[in-house]
Design a binder for this molecule. Sequence first.
Ligand SMILES: Cc1ncc(COP(=O)(O)O)c(C=O)c1O
Length: 374
Amino acid sequence: MAWPRFEWSLEPNDLSLLLQAKRAAGTPIIDLTESNPTRAGFQYPAEIAAALGTPASLLYEPSPWGLPSAREAVARVHDVDPSRVMITASTSESYSFLFKLLCGPGDEVLVPAPSYPLFEFLAKLECAQVRPYPLVYDGSRWQIDFQGLESALTKRTQAICVVNPNNPTGSYLKRDEADRLVSVAASRGIPILSDEVFSSYPLTDDPTRVETLAGVTEVPTFCLSGLSKMAGLPQMKAGWIVVSAPEAARERLELIADTFLSVSAPVQHALPRLLESGADVRGQIRRRTAANLEWLLATGLESLAVEGGWYVVVPLPAHLAEAEFTLQLLEEQDTLVQPGFFYDFAEEPYAVVSLLASADRFQEGIRRLHLLLG
Ligand SMILES: Cc1ncc(COP(=O)(O)O)c(C=O)c1O
């Protein structure tokens, strides 16, 4: 077999091998890469499990855009018309539908760098290619390098992806930046995919921040979010796309969704209540990430400015290599962080730390990070 879509080695890297060995030996690990809220000690209201038990779920009502009650609930959250909402099984599935919609084999999608490592897999599994465009850090904030973005555009570019706020830099689009992005995309007729899964997790007050591109009308725009981050419920497998696109695109997106009909009836019926109860979980996550960030800053650990989301970027001393540092931290301090290269930073060395862990674990992990940094 030729595996034409698989460009990756399936061998585990050194960090995951060491982690496996430590776990097999029963060593307790402080995991500062945690991004699964269901494992991070939050209190989930009992209402969440109860919401899944409705008898209405015994009826199968296939609907490619999703059940009306689910679309309406999502539309209320985003303040858009329900006709613009498509329910999917996750943000990953939203990407897969949109890459199917927009790309033929070998077409390209622009993705920010540094950013979400799954882009490469999501695109290549749809036979599309990713082309990175740079985000640059000027010492106090990250922003799109528009020259870099324009020079990454080719005749094969079918979409520009933005992650707002970005993972892992935590940077939001600013008003002027969003306007410029829309104008570049509109002038070339290239759709925008705006990943807004972390948009309800601000860590600063900034009136120039843009939380959604759902109001864009100048160019086809697809805004992605879901229960996974917005309500701390990744296991529910429900995401959505807020669509701003002509009828021809809507019809084709519907055909793709109709081919799979992948979102379960129980989660769709439960969605209005899950969004309500999820607000409680979201509040807990917000309080924890803000408190952990405050604590980290108070320890004097150097970190890059972060405006939102669940992660913080820690510059390492220039003489340290990311891979060796993260291995050594795990080997000697039983503490796991991610090396910056997972996220395609232009420069090294960085470590990426999740703010999701409980206060005691987070603080212990940061103490151990300090120990190794000396
Ligand atoms: C930027 C970004 N988008 C999407 C996702 C995944 O969302 P879902 O669980 O809905 O597929 C993640 C998960 O970490 C993410 O960081």
